[in-house]
Design a protein around this ligand. Structure first.
Ligand code: ZN
Length: 173
């Protein structure tokens, strides 16, 4: 197995964040390598979740770790929501939209079916932050970013802030 690698995270409004993921047909060594890279990247950037879309891989893979010690990685491949109920609204952030936080309305409780990194089918119930995280990452895999839920005015503000950030980064280089 190759060493893990920290990958570059695409930043909003990069059009590649709009590309939808395709289903993973076989969970093989290249997929497990991708999962390892995604976890490495997520931990390095101190995120709680990452979708393959964010590192420019159009595959239906997401990783998360909501534990305090950062030692309980969860990987979901080809995740689908079987049931959802209730509503919750919490402030969300995103590694692809650094420095921006905004409230988004999501389902409170979800039941999800997916493959794990061994290729086994798993079903899980999630609520609270875990449910938010899964829905946020699944959105990425469909080319959707949490900014899309905001009002047009707020979206404009986010775009401006990101433009400023990217100009500053170029100036530093
Ligand atoms: Zn995100």
């Amino acid at each position: 197995m190759k060493a893990m690698a920290i990958r570059e995270i695409l930043e909003y409004p990069d059009p590649r964040l709009r590309k939808p993921a395709r289903k993973v047909e076989v969970v093989d060594e290249p997929i497990r390598q991708l999962v390892a890279d995604m976890l490495e990247t997520m931990y390095a950037e101190k995120g709680i979740g990452l979708a393959a879309t964010q590192i420019n891989e159009q595959l239906d893979v997401l990783v998360m770790d909501l534990s305090e010690e950062r030692n309980e990685p969860i990987c979901l491949i080809n995740a689908e929501i079987l049931e959802e109920s209730g509503h919750q609204e919490h402030e969300e952030g995103c590694l692809s939209v650094p420095g921006i936080y905004a409230k988004v309305r999501r389902a409170e409780h979800i039941r999800v079916r997916a493959l794990n990194e061994q290729g086994e089918t798993v079903e899980m119930e999630a609520d609270g932050l875990l449910a938010i995280c899964i829905q946020h990452e699944m959105d990425h895999l469909r080319g959707k970013v949490f900014v899309d839920y905001l009002s047009p005015l707020k979206q404009k503000m986010v775009l401006k802030k990101m433009e400023k950030r990217h100009k500053a980064v170029v100036a530093e280089a």
